[in-house]
Design a protein around this ligand. Structure first.
Ligand SMILES: C[S@@+](CC[C@H](N)C(=O)[O-])C[C@H]1O[C@@H](n2cnc3c(N)ncnc32)[C@H](O)[C@@H]1O
Length: 376
């Protein structure tokens, strides 16, 4: 796998985060290269303030931090870690880290953006840029040409302003836009009730399944345990925290820890736990990569509806990492409860880790299986 990015005679060594020996995916794409070439061709004076949105693993932040002041905004804890590590590795200047819930800095000269996959997140970012930036500030987005639809450009036109695109280069296209559209107020949260439950959910723009309940979560809600011996529960990959809210209702004395790599998910989960369970409940909502830095056994139950992609890549290595980490943090007879699509065969992974005799099928339907693994 290539880790050396060379542009205009300058080389950066870039790794994905977390490091994965078997990774065949590189830490940047042709879109990063296209953006870098374009901005270099603009002939900017030194020490401009470049706002980098949604940098994947730091190619853009590392490149621009050499001559400019960089602020990077991303909803991903993993991206923040990847950027930090690659900046250090390449002896680059420090950058400022923000999440996409933070205010857009007002003194930005140029915005470069990896266009996010999630349209609600895109709309949120465009509307924030429009609100904060002067109309002559250049905003340059990039994505695979096949993922820039006329509907994507309409979102740029509506929420940011005048927009046009470049020719395709290595299957990528640039989108040039100016913050001069009429102002559109975009709500930060979408709220809805969970059918057949007394649960009301608030969802930030980039939270997983923020517009309706995930089907897997819906199935899992019916089988979450009520058990007074369970004192500490971890919801690993919590999203909007729907599983934790239900577990909190079923187990009023349990402490709840919600973990997600999306800052917006963590913020949504915190709000949802507080609003549905009360502000006095013992809850912890933390942005993290799986259970990194959880060194001691601290949980009686871990629940997990694992993701099957990380940033652009479809992968099952996060599910495996989550299962390994869950086993590590469980008390002696603690349990891991997992939901997954039948075809993902999480039973095989869990049997490898916990032993076949310690895996039980809790429930299943045509699409999903809920499994429970008990630590020995
Ligand atoms: C399938 S969703 C489940 C969300 C929620 N628990 C539900 O059931 O609706 C998986 C979640 O895992 C999060 N995630 C992905 N990679 C992660 C990682 N490395 N560490 C922690 N969370 C991660 C995603 O942001 C997403 O919210």
């Amino acid at each position: 796998m290539n880790t050396e990015l060379t542009i205009l005679g300058r080389q950066l060594t870039l790794h994905r985060f977390p490091a994965n020996k078997n990774d065949t995916l590189q830490a940047w794409d042709a879109g990063d290269e296209y953006l870098i070439h374009h901005v270099e061709d603009m002939g900017l004076a030194d020490n401009q303030h470049i706002l980098v949105l949604n940098d994947h693993f730091g190619a853009l932040s590392c490149w621009f931090s050499t001559r400019h002041r960089v602020t990077v905004m991303s909803d991903s804890f993993i991206a923040h870690q990847g950027i930090l590590n690659n900046l250090r590795h390449n002896h680059c200047e420090e950058v400022t880290y923000l999440t996409t819930m933070d205010a857009i800095p007002k003194d930005v000269d140029v915005v470069v953006m990896q266009i996010p996959r999630n349209n609600r997140h895109l709309i949120w970012q465009l509307s924030q840029l429009r609100e904060q930036l002067p109309s002559d500030c250049a905003v340059i987005g990039v994505n695979k040409a096949k993922d820039i639809h006329s509907s994507t450009l309409k979102l740029f036109e509506r929420y940011l302003g005048d927009t046009h695109t470049s020719l395709a280069w290595k299957k990528h296209r640039l989108v040039f836009s100016q913050p001069n559209a009429a102002l559109n107020v975009v709500p930060e949260d979408i709220e809805w009730d969970v059918e057949h439950e007394t649960i009301h959910l608030s969802n930030r723009p980039n939270v997983y399944s923020g517009e309706s309940l995930d089907q897997g979560a819906r199935f899992m809600l019916k089988y979450l345990p009520q058990d007074p011996t369970v004192k500490n529960i971890i919801d690993l990959g919590c999203g909007n925290g729907v599983l934790s809210v239900k577990l909190g209702q079923l187990n009023p004395n349990a402490q709840l820890t919600c973990i997600d790599e999306s800052f917006m998910a963590v913020a949504s989960a915190r709000k949802n736990l507080q609003q549905n369970l009360g502000y006095e409940r013992d809850i912890h909502c933390v942005a993290n990569n799986c259970l990194d830095d959880f060194t001691e056994p601290c949980a009686d139950l871990v629940v997990c509806n694992p993701p099957f992609h990380q940033q652009q890549a479809i992968t099952d290595h996060i599910a495996w990492q989550m299962f390994c980490d869950a086993k590590h943090v469980l008390h002696k007879t603690g349990k891991l409860m997992v939901i997954g699509n039948r075809h993902l065969r999480y039973d095989v992974k869990l049997a490898k880790l916990f032993g076949k005799s310690r895996i039980k099928t809790v429930a299943g339907n045509k699409k999903f299986v809920i499994l429970e693994a008990t630590k020995g």
